[in-house]
Write a protein that binds this ligand. Structure first.
Ligand code: 5AD
Ligand code: SF4
Length: 473
């Protein structure tokens, strides 16, 4: 069936930091029944919602922004920290109220909470009709039929192969300029704090040809920036079945960057153990590969990193930062940091602070450690840093990052950056906004430019979060 899209609504509510961002994505698709889809968590989850939307469109579902008119309500969930799960539970209660008015409405939980909470959600709390894990979306039509015939439906099987390589995602909500392409799924790293290897399964890389083809189509459709997504993109590794073709992340970057010099490439997330000089040289070789690396450090102390099972130590991380500075002098580095991991002493916290002083991140996502059931840390270590100490350490990290972000922006005063125009700024229609290669947001009077154009912007003022300036020739 041809997909027909007669409308498109996308709302992104900045709720927490990245992992807590709430996306409410609803798109009107061609078909008969109505689907309402809400997506929580990371960008990977949002991208998965685009795959779900595509599968549902092929099965005659029209999406709606009105919960009350939905035949099916899906919530794509996140388990990374406890508060992410709490939010989803709150929404499920709201959906239950709607179901009282409309008993035929089906409620489905998708994504990372599916595996962990399947029996609880279905049996004990009777909150939902179907539960579908991140590798089972192709089974959705079948599962919906099951619910239709009065049964509960579950598929939380994790796969070693599924990459949805053959599904063209329905681009939900964007402005036709920025797109996200999943290049690998799952994670084999087993960081001790992290639930992802349990909710998303083993690492697998998608066929390079399908990635390049999807990116080529996006370029043809006028998209100007593609972000390659995966839990651990720099461990991307794909081989053809006959073994004659092997592509690593540097090779993939090179192929994707060559599609169109006017289409920018970003990627997220990189693991410090895999960010090779080859990747950095490939970035240096292509102007359109953006000079920003998200390189989560998590902690500054080698002992804490060991307990976290991050497989690198402080020296390794600083060596990789030095390599970035050497090969890509204008590259921004951003990070994730966890405050108050099991057994973290005051001295080890100070090592995180000194790591931040050494690297000078342009931006950071900062979290209090939140124990997740079933993880290595939950089994092996005590969550023994008191809540108020975690809070105080996190605040110190946030305050220092605020200072570093401001200083990094001040260093850009008087510089001219190439900016991809994204559209009107949040505060005024007179001003447009867009990002530079380093992923910093710039705001400027629009002077008749259009979204999707590249402009040069001179930075005249800065805040902690934004560079403010005007378009110059
Ligand atoms: N507690 C706090 N933060 C966590 N993250 C992952 N698991 C946890 C946890 N249990 C953070 C890490 C990771 C980011 C996506 O979320 O910093 O890089
Ligand atoms: Fe979790 Fe570590 Fe994998 Fe990231 S690399 S998803 S933190 S296990």
């Amino acid at each position: 069936m041809a997909k027909q899209f007669s409308g498109n609504v996308f709302e992104k509510v900045q709720d927490e930091q990245r992992q807590g961002e709430v996306y409410e994505a609803t798109t009107v698709l061609g078909g008969k029944k109505k689907m309402y889809l809400e997506s929580y968590g990371c960008q990977m989850n949002f991208s998965d919602s685009e795959i779900v939307a595509s599968i549902m469109a092929d099965n005659n579902y029209v999406a709606t922004t009105e919960l009350s008119e939905a035949d099916v309500v899906f919530i794509n969930t996140c388990s990374i920290r406890e508060n992410a799960e709490q939010k989803v539970r709150g929404r499920l209660q709201v959906f239950r109220q709607h179901k009282k008015q409309k008993p035929d409405m089906m409620i489905g939980v998708l994504g990372c909470m599916a595996e962990r909470l399947k029996s609880k959600l279905l049996e004990q709390e009777k909150l939902v009709d179907l539960v579908v894990g991140p590798d089972a979306y192709k089974d959705l039509p079948n599962l919906l039929n099951k619910v239709d015939s009065g049964q509960q439906a579950v598929n939380v099987l994790l796969s070693r192969e599924e990459t949805y390589a053959d599904i063209t995602p329905v681009r939900l909500g964007g402005n036709g300029i920025l797109a996200f392409v999943t290049i690998m799924r799952g994670c084999d790293n087993m960081c001790s704090f992290c639930v992802v290897p349990f909710t998303r399964g083993r690492e697998r890389s998608r066929d390079v040809h399908t990635i390049v083809e999807e990116c080529r189509q996006l370029a043809e459709q006028g998209y100007k920036e593609i972000t390659l997504l995966g839990q651990n993109v720099d461990s991307y590794h794909w081989s053809s079945e006959d073994g004659t073709e092997t592509v690593n992340f540097a090779g993939l970057l090179d192929r994707v960057a060559k599609i169109d010099p006017l289409v920018r490439i970003r990627f997220s997330t990189s693991h410090p153990k895999d960010i090779t000089d080859e990747v950095l040289h490939t970035m240096a070789a292509h102007h359109n590969i953006c000079k920003c690396i998200h390189l989560p450090v998590q902690a500054g102390s080698s002992e804490v990193l060991k307990r976290m099972n991050r497989t690198y130590d402080r020296e390794w991380y600083l060596d990789r930062v030095a390599a970035i500075r050497r090969i890509l002098p204008d590259c921004a580095i951003t990070s994730d940091i966890i405050a108050g991991f099991c057994g973290e002493t005051e001295e080890q916290h100070r090592e995180t602070i000194s790591m931040m002083e050494s690297v000078r991140y342009t931006m950071n996502f900062m979290f209090k450690y939140s124990e997740r059931p079933g993880t290595l840390a939950a089994r092996k270590f005590e969550d023994d840093v008191p809540e108020e100490v975690k809070g105080r350490r996190l605040q110190e990290i946030i305050d220092l990052q605020g200072q570093h972000s401001l200083e990094s922006n001040q260093a850009d005063l008087g510089k001219v950056f190439e900016v991809l125009v994204e559209g009107p700024s949040r505060k005024s229609d007179e001003h447009f906004c867009g990002r530079n290669s380093q992923n910093k947001m710039l705001v400027f009077p629009h002077q008749g430019v259009k979204a999707g154009q590249y402009v040069n912007v001179l930075v005249e003022r800065v805040t902690q979060a934004t560079l403010i300036g005007r378009i110059v020739d």
